[in-house]
Design a protein around this ligand. Structure first.
Ligand SMILES: Cc1ncc(COP(=O)(O)O)c(C=O)c1O
Length: 313
């Protein structure tokens, strides 16, 4: 940052305070009018190095010329469609994603992380016949119903009951271990023992971030994901990995799960997939897709597989 940012334009802030519903603390005293690459500019020409946009996931910076050209072209030719109508770019993008994870060739394109987790959890419930959802106690999966019910980092108080059948286990934390001296496998075994005692026998899925991001950048130790997957298989649960923050090459591999050689049953991509634009994907296996179809899976939203989803295709 070149200089200290001081609140400017009192009239703007008066109007903002008058008309904007607050949703998460204070607004920042810097009002960008333009963005380019890694920088934001205000109308006084002040430049700020931006680590924040896309909620820390604008991996290509701002206004990349190819993205600008693609969006301009797309919106000018075919802007949006009836949800039962497909366009070629949607299939192209689904195919491109499936090439990255050949084990998960079935793709649904959505807008936000919360929405995509919602779809993933619904899919898991329908296919397993269960309805209990387990997550990490430091997780963030979104602000909508089932995603919020599986989010334990924040936002649980004041809104009445969460979805029935939600459970949390602690994520192993090498920096601030919950039980110093206890190895992660013992901790995991103990957590699942407790879970098994509480479950009514209707476990549907475990939803996990391979690196818990909002929860404090907690990296799961090597081997943990494989052990977690084993626990899921033993109980007939599906493993959902939420790679909102870690997907698309952010951790050295295309997806964080590749480090561990564990493929989830359902992979959820958002944030980094759109590099700041609202684009999300739910990916799964042929078998899960078929089972869901047999049971009449419904996730019919206004923008599912919409033409705009081809932005980055
Ligand atoms: C791992 C993870 N999943 C899901 C979400 C929710 O995504 P969205 O805000 O696009 O609904 C977030 C948002 O911070 C996230 O960090």
């Amino acid at each position: 940052m070149h200089q200290r940012i001081v609140p400017s334009d009192p009239e703007f802030w008066t109007r903002a305070r008058r008309h904007l519903l607050k949703y998460g603390g204070e607004f920042v005293d810097f009002v960008p009018v333009r963005a380019e690459g890694a920088f934001l500019y205000d109308d006084a020409g002040r430049r700020v190095l931006d680590f924040t946009s896309g909620q820390m996931s604008a991996v290509l910076g701002h206004s990349h010329p190819e993205i600008v050209a693609t969006v301009r072209n797309g919106i000018g030719r075919l802007d949006h469609l009836f949800s039962s109508m497909l366009s070629r770019p949607v299939v192209d993008l689904a195919e491109a994603l499936a090439r990255l994870v050949p084990q998960l060739p079935k793709v649904m394109l959505l807008s936000t992380g919360g929405e995509a987790n919602e779809a993933a959890i619904k899919l898991a419930k329908l296919v397993t016949g269960g309805w209990e959802v387990v997550g990490f106690a430091q997780s963030w999966h979104g602000m909508t119903g089932a995603a919020a019910s599986a989010t334990y980092k924040a936002g649980r108080r004041g809104y009445g009951p969460m979805a029935a059948g939600c459970f949390a286990i602690p994520a192993p934390n090498p920096y601030r271990p919950r039980f110093p001296g206890v190895d992660w496998q013992t901790e995991l075994n103990d957590a699942f023992d407790l879970l098994d005692r509480q479950s009514t026998g209707n476990l549907a899925c475990f939803i996990a971030e391979p690196i818990l991001s909002s929860g404090g950048i907690i990296e799961l130790p090597e081997g943990y994901l494989a052990a977690l997957k084993k626990k899921c298989v033993e109980r007939g649960m599906l493993l959902i990995l939420d790679e909102a923050q870690t997907g698309m090459g952010r951790t050295g591999t295309m997806f964080a799960f590749e480090r561990d050689g564990v493929v989830p049953d359902i992979l959820v991509l958002s944030k980094t997939l759109g590099a700041g634009l609202p684009l999300a994907a739910v990916m799964t296996t042929d078998e899960i897709s078929q089972a869901a179809d047999d049971r009449g899976f419904l996730f019919y939203t206004t923008h599912v597989n919409d033409r705009c989803r081809q932005w980055l295709g």
